[in-house]
Design a protein around this ligand. Structure first.
Ligand code: CUA
Length: 323
């Protein structure tokens, strides 16, 4: 049961690292405690009735069918009023108290903004005020209130990092906000939580929570244009990228490539994963991804270009140089 429920791993809503996530975890434990309390009560009453079966009930000793006339207290009190009170109390705690706490605060009360844009099937992250654009992996500073603005380029997705806050849907033509905050340096996994097509399950993200100075350095580096190729192999790779079909779908800032169908590749080599966390970002996987991305992620928008041999080697060398 624990394995089927996906217990363990790094997407653990019961291991909260923000105020909002702690309240959500507490809500889970309160709901759990009340549910098990109710279950114990009902089970106890059933056992009690079974043990006392056949005995005469309370009330009239001349009643030929003892126990068949249940008292009003049992039917109305325990059957209607008591459960209604419990459900109403849980409703107030869950929908009023917790929803208010996890509601996005005024943007002016936050320290910075990050845009999360859903695509079939990867997350794009933008840092307004800078040119930084990344995909799949988002960086934020620790102990900082981040105003996360969620939008979509296509269908409805849902941004969810269980250890940091609740879900927020991305709706076409609308901006939804949520507070992203972490009290701990580390890496947190998130996942698209709204079915959005064939590769919905392969639409993960990583949130890297960094010390503030380290984050500022990362952001400066991500905002800068791509480094020009150094070796002749990399130069041939750049040529292959710009003259081939790649540039019509991907952008590399600092070059003429300005496509916006696929992820921005300006600092591709600085990421740890590819394709919405489907595969690690290593030379071997990158080459196999370019040659046959449909094998890893059937239905994704990158067609098979039958790239192979020295052209593929040069392309991989160039992309791996984009630190
Ligand atoms: Cu995007 Cu599910």
């Amino acid at each position: 049961m624990l394995a089927l429920a996906g217990c363990g791993g790094s997407q653990d809503a019961l291991d909260p690292h923000s105020h909002a996530a702690s309240d959500i975890a507490n809500l889970f434990w309160v709901m759990m405690a009340v549910s098990f309390g109710g279950l114990a009560l009902i089970t106890g009453l059933l056992v009690f009735a079974w043990v006392r079966r056949g005995r005469r009930g309370f009330g009239d000793p001349d009643d030929p069918h003892p126990g068949e006339r249940a008292s009003w207290f049992v039917v109305v009190g325990m059957g209607v009023v008591f459960p209604l009170m419990i459900v109403a109390a849980l409703f107030i705690v869950g929908n009023w108290a917790i929803l208010n706490v996890t509601q996005a605060p005024a943007a002016s009360s936050t320290d910075m903004t990050v845009d999360a844009v859903g695509h079939q099937w990867y997350w794009e992250f933008r840092y307004p005020g800078t040119k930084a654009v990344t995909a799949g992996e988002l960086h934020i500073p620790v102990d900082t209130r981040v105003n996360l603005v969620a939008t979509t380029e296509d269908v409805i997705h849902s941004f969810w990092v269980p250890e940091l806050n609740r879900k927020i849907d991305t709706i076409p033509g609308q901006q939804n906000r949520i507070l992203l905050y972490s009290n701990k340096v580390g890496v947190f996994r998130g996942q698209c939580a709204e079915y959005c097509g064939l590769q919905h399950a392969h639409m993960g993200m990583l949130v890297f929570v960094q010390p503030k100075a380290q984050f500022r350095k990362w952001l400066r580096q991500q905002a800068s244009p791509a480094a020009p190729p150094q070796t002749s192999l990399e130069r041939r790779g750049e040529q292959a990228f710009l003259s081939g079909p790649c540039a019509s779908c991907h952008a590399i800032r600092g070059t003429p490539a300005r496509g916006f169908v696929g992820p921005d590749l300006t600092h591709l080599a600085s990421r740890t994963t590819l394709a919405g966390l489907t595969i690690p970002n290593t030379r071997g996987y990158l080459a196999r991804w370019i040659a046959d991305s449909q094998h890893f992620k059937p239905g994704n928008q990158m067609p098979d270009f039958h790239l192979a041999g020295s052209r593929l080697d040069a392309l991989v060398a160039y992309l791996e140089s984009l630190k």
